[in-house]
Design a protein around this ligand. Structure first.
Ligand code: PAF
Length: 291
């Protein structure tokens, strides 16, 4: 039976609550989000509930991770729906805050990612991961979690955050949990709300293209360029998609060896109308490691 969830809006209140939880010896699980929550987020909160004494979620549409021509102003917002979902999933506290609270006048210090941020979404969205790492570093300081939970759908983000945790000595475990999908294979995403009915029907072509790559990998294909070509050709069968990238890479380093070893990742971003969808699949041994 879920208890009453506290909603905190001020950094000072969040810090005070976190100090109290830590002082009483409780473990803190943390699920950072930008709101417009769906079953994928719910699964992260439920995992935190199962593993930790206190579960904290955050909702903050972080302006620092949006480019000038991206969807910051129209990013979906549904606080009442989000609060209901989080309470039902067993969250104890929600931190929901504003740019003024997170980035007061004079703010100027950022976390600069390394080479992991260069390919894939990093190439298409300059500055995006700098914004993500900066806000997540701040949230980690404020919540002081023992365990933080992220979805595999944002695979490059999760790898970058794992790197940041290691490089900057955050004292927490970062867990990456499998992507939740709709019945037709489309990865759950807040941005799916942007899709028209026609686009929604076209969207599963993206996971199908990734599946084609995974099937070729399972059948023994190890050439990175051949695998990527299979995925690109599969996606081209749905002409409504405008491809941003579809690439096969090493799943740890995101480097691009010509031949893959026992595993890898296929990741793609593509537009349907003005909506940019991303998705990825782990290949071979990499998929087994995540599970
Ligand atoms: O994945 C997201 O929703 C965001 O990038 C995150 C991690 C909450 C940082 O704003």
């Amino acid at each position: 039976m879920p208890g009453v969830m506290r909603t905190l809006e001020r950094i000072a209140d969040l810090r005070a609550a976190s100090r109290e939880w830590r002082a009483s010896g409780r473990t803190i699980g943390f699920v950072p989000t930008m709101g417009a929550l769906h079953a994928g987020h719910r699964s992260l909160v439920e995992k935190a509930r199962a593993e930790c004494d206190v579960v904290v979620a955050s909702i903050f549409v972080n302006p620092l991770q949006f480019g000038a021509n991206e969807d910051l102003s129209r990013y979906p917002r549904d606080l009442a729906g989000d609060q209901a979902l989080l309470a039902a999933a067993g969250a104890d506290a929600l931190f929901v805050t504003t740019p003024a609270e997170m980035y007061p006048p004079g703010f100027q210090t950022c976390v600069v990612p390394g080479a992991l941020a260069e390919p894939l979404c990093g190439a298409s969205r300059p500055g995006h991961f700098r914004g993500v790492l900066t806000v997540v570093a701040k949230l980690f300081h404020l919540v002081a979690p023992h365990v933080a939970y992220f979805g595999q759908k944002d695979f490059q983000q999760a790898r970058l955050l794992q790197r940041m945790v290691a490089d900057l000595d955050f004292d927490l475990v970062l867990r990456m949990l499998p992507t939740l999908r709709e019945a037709d294979g489309l990865a759950m995403s807040s941005r799916n709300r942007y899709l028209s009915a026609t686009e929604r029907a076209q969207a599963p072509a993206l996971p199908r293209a990734l599946q084609a790559v995974a099937a070729a990998f399972d059948a023994g294909e190890r050439s990175r360029t051949a695998l990527a070509a299979i995925g690109t050709a599969a996606l081209a069968r749905e002409p409504a998609f405008r491809l941003d990238y579809l690439e096969v890479r090493d799943d740890e380093t995101l480097e691009a060896p010509e031949r893959l070893g026992a595993g890898g990742v296929v990741a793609a971003a593509a537009f349907l109308g003005t909506t940019r969808l991303i998705d990825n699949l782990l290949l071979g041994a990499a998929a087994r490691r995540l599970g």
